[in-house]
Design a binder for this molecule. Structure first.
Ligand code: A3P
Length: 292
């Protein structure tokens, strides 16, 4: 990543209604993403931050490698499946060999229109937003490009207002899902993956049009469990400069559960969250698993 020296400014710049992080995103570059030509073999993993991005990177890499962990161990997940919006990654995308696998936190409006003509594939990973909020709060403590929250209560309000990188969780999921039927999209939730990883991996490999033997499938599942990913340096971005992430303050593979919000929310915060959720999501047919 370029410009690591400027990341500690925590500067968010609003560009077309979406807050970018200075030193990591270049608005002019982001603005050009919509002009990229899409190949049928392209795959975009779309997530709101903290919804299972690295997990899906791990699964896709293992599916491509037919379950061979050693084959994906030389580089980190983010080098092998980069964020399209990071400074300099758009140019590399143009000439990259197929299949081009990418992740993005961007809103739909920045993406190439061809996706809506069912060119390429989109995997939208959604997670219940109470757990997203908690995971995001902890992430702000290790990610040096993001402002360290004053306290949980302060971050809670910021999250609900969408006063964070990008946009609000509600806006992200609603805008992407409103285009769902026009796209070649697999919509999958973090909770489904937790509850039945094998079925999730099967669905993903079918969507990717990759045939796996039972043994290969079992290996993909094995190396993408939380327990195993916790031990894999590449999945924890351990190589990334401490200027970017202060990993002594927390880990990428933090807790990996459903319902950690219950350990953080007060009763009043929970009521307030539910009220905002129902208001924002009233026209959206999605349902979430909040605890197990
Ligand atoms: P927690 O902070 O709740 O533990 P992202 O990759 O989008 O930043 O998401 C990070 C979240 O996904 C973290 O959540 C992380 O622990 C969780 N995660 C990553 N790999 C996982 C896995 N194999 N199983 C369960 N959760 C996983």
């Amino acid at each position: 990543l370029n410009a690591v020296n400027t990341i500690n400014n925590h500067e968010l710049v609003k560009f077309k209604g979406f807050k970018l992080i200075m030193g990591i995103h270049d608005p002019e570059d982001v603005d050009q993403i919509c002009n990229l030509e899409i190949r049928d073999s392209d795959v975009f993993v779309v997530t709101y931050p903290k919804s299972g991005t690295i997990w899906m990177q791990q699964i896709l890499l293992l599916v491509e490698a037919k379950g061979d962990l050693a084959a994906i161990s030389t580089f980190s997940n983010s080098e092998l499946i980069p964020w399209i919006e990071l400074d300099g990654r758009r140019q590399a995308f143009i000439t990259a060999p197929s299949p081009r696998l990418r992740v993005t936190h961007l809103q739909y409006k920045f993406m190439p229109a061809a996706l809506r003509q069912k060119k390429g594939k989109v995997i939208y990973v959604a997670r219940n937003p109470k757990d997203v909020l908690v995971s995001y709060f902890h992430f702000h403590n290790i990610a040096n490009m993001l402002e360290t929250p004053k306290d949980f209560a302060d971050f809670f309000e910021k999250f609900l207002r969408g006063d964070v990188f990008g946009c609000s969780w509600f806006e992200h999921i609603k805008t992407w899902c409103s285009q769902k039927d026009d796209m070649n999209m697999l919509f999958i939730t973090y909770e489904e993956m937790i509850q039945d990883l094998k079925s999730a991996v099967e669905r993903i490999s079918v969507f990717m049009e990759r045939e796996l033997t039972d043994e290969q499938l079992a290996n993909v599942v094995k190396y993408s469990t939380f327990k195993n990913m916790k031990k894999i340096p590449q999945a924890n971005y351990e190589h990334v400069s401490p200027k970017m992430f202060s990993q002594h303050r927390g880990r990428f593979m933090r807790k990996g559960t459903i319902g950690d919000w219950k350990n953080h929310f007060t009763v009043a915060q929970n009521e307030r969250f539910d009220e905002v959720f129902h208001r924002e999501m009233k026209d959206c047919a999605l349902s979430f698993i909040w605890d197990i």
